[in-house]
Structure formats: C-alpha cells, structure tokens
Design a protein around this ligand. Structure first.
Ligand code: GUN
Length: 286
C-alpha cells in the first residue's frame, strides 16, 4: 500500500509557521489583510470562502468579506476591486470563482493589482511564472509542489504527467514541475489513449475534474500520485479524479480526497497574503 501524503497535517504545519511571520508583522504594525469578494450564492463557493476566512482568523490575518448579489454588474465589481487596489490596509484581493455568467472573469482577474494578486491568477503572475520571475504562484499548484517536497520526491529527471490544462492548475503546474527539472507532459480530456500517457508518469498530477478517472491500470507501479480533483461520486460522496481505493495499491505515494491538496490550497493562499505584506515593506522573513 502506498504512502499516504497527508495534506491536512502539512497545511497545519504551514499555518503554524505563518503565525510566527504574522506576529512579526503585527509587531511592526502591519497586520496582513485579505479582501475576499463573493458574487452570488453558489453553495460550494460559500463553503470555500467560509473556510478561507476561518483559516485567516486562525493565522492572525484580517479578512474583509464582501458579499455581492448575483445580479451585481461587472462595472460595480470592477469598481470595488479598484477601491481595494487603492486601499493601503488591503494586502491581498481574492474574487471567488466562478463569477456569474454575465461577468467576464478575465476582466475581473486583470483588474486586481498584480501586487495584491494572492490567487496568482493575473496575467502578470502567469507571465512571471512562465519566465522564472518573482510573482505570486497560484495556490493549488504551489500546494502540490509543497506536497511533493514533503513526500521527499526529487523531481530532477523524472517524467511528470499533468492531466488537465486549466489556467488555474494544469498549466501553472506544468511550469512549476519544469522549474524543478522534471520532464513534463500535459495531457487532458481529449488526449488519445490517456492510460498510455499516464502509465509513463513517475509523478502523476490529476486535475481534470472527472470523478475517479484515473484507474489502477493507468498508473506506473511506485508512482507518486497527486489528486487535485474535487468531485462527487455516484453516491454523492466527495471524491477525487483518482480511484483512490484501487490506485493506492499500485502507487508509491498518493494524496487522499479530502485531506490532500484541498487544505494546501488555503495554506498557500495565506502564505501568499503574508508574502504580499513582507514584499510591500521589504521585510525578509528568514
Ligand atoms: N474557485 C475554485 N478555486 C479557486 C481559487 O483557488 N481561488 C478563487 N478565487 N476561486 C476559486
């Protein structure tokens, strides 16, 4: 049976370390503040936002919550973002996705100041990652890299296969793996013979959003498997993109769902928020 990579424990460890950094900032008069905007009443988004706000509170980060009705115009949302960009008390700005259909999410993301883009979604953040410059890393792929590190996975020369090509996970994940010297393949929902590709993976990252898509016969024995999926199975139970029950007997190490990548996403959001303050005031946390 594979080593289970415990994201919940690692996220708790990271939050604990962040507390010390937050205390040092508070001593200097700079309590970190994260503005969280939620447009509409999507139930899943409400849960995510609640969890993010709770995690902020536990870490000593101030959160400013803005709930806007589903019929909010794009103009109103953009002007709220503009106001928060100019507000010196606000270090990070997050607009929970998805936004209602009448709003262009790209316009929303690009309205956020890159200096406050703690989600790492802005085109400037994406460009920085692509070219190896300092920016904010998107929280989920950033969390995956921390999980791999924790599992003692040296990526140099390894074949990493990312299944999924989203702007939020797949594409930035591929860049991060590349920066750690892995040989990277990006597969997706239209890849022909997906199993033939995933079976080559020493490190397999599943981020396509299809319940239990990755079966045991699609995994190389001993591979490190990271499951970014958050789906409901046929019984309405939370599950990943990986069929955990069978894959755990083939993989060398594997993340569970829940308790794997999910808690890490929030831990990295908090990390980025603290980092935003430290950069702003030129404070070195080391
Ligand atoms: N929706 C799903 N994941 C995310 C995330 O990481 N950030 C934001 N803002 N919205 C999301």
């Amino acid at each position: 049976m594979a080593q289970i990579i415990d994201g919940k424990a690692l996220a708790a460890e990271i939050r604990q370390q962040l507390k010390t950094r937050v205390e040092a900032l508070v001593d200097k008069g700079h309590r970190p503040a994260l503005a969280v905007i939620l447009v509409g009443d999507d139930p899943a988004s409400q849960v995510y936002v609640r969890n993010k706000i709770r995690a902020c509170a536990e870490t000593g980060i101030e959160s400013l919550e803005f709930r806007m009705p589903a019929e909010t115009s794009q103009e109103t949302l953009l002007s709220k973002i503009d106001e928060l960009n100019r507000d010196d008390k606000v270090d990070g700005i997050l607009v929970q996705m998805p936004v209602p259909k009448h709003i262009d999410s790209m316009k929303v993301i690009d309205a956020i100041s890159p200096l406050k883009d703690v989600d790492g979604f802005h085109v400037v953040s994406a460009g920085a990652l692509m070219t190896g410059q300092k920016g904010f890393l998107p929280c989920t792929p950033y969390g995956v890299m921390k999980l791999l590190e924790k599992a003692g996975c040296d990526l140099t020369g390894k074949h990493a296969v990312v299944v999924g090509r989203s702007n939020i996970v797949g594409k930035p994940q591929a860049m991060l793996l590349l920066s750690k010297h892995a040989t990277v393949t990006v597969a997706h929902s239209r890849t022909a013979d997906l199993g033939a590709v995933t079976r080559q993976a020493d490190v397999l990252i599943a981020a396509v959003g299809r319940a239990k898509l990755i079966k045991a016969d699609m995994v190389k024995p001993g591979a490190v498997v990271i499951d970014v999926g958050m789906n409901r199975d046929e019984n309405g139970k939370l599950c990943g993109d990986v069929d955990f029950e069978t894959v755990k007997d083939v993989a060398g190490a594997i993340t569970p769902v829940p308790g794997g990548v999910g808690p890490m996403t929030i831990a990295m959001l908090l990390t980025n928020t603290v980092e935003a303050v430290e950069r702003r005031f030129g404070i070195d946390h080391a």
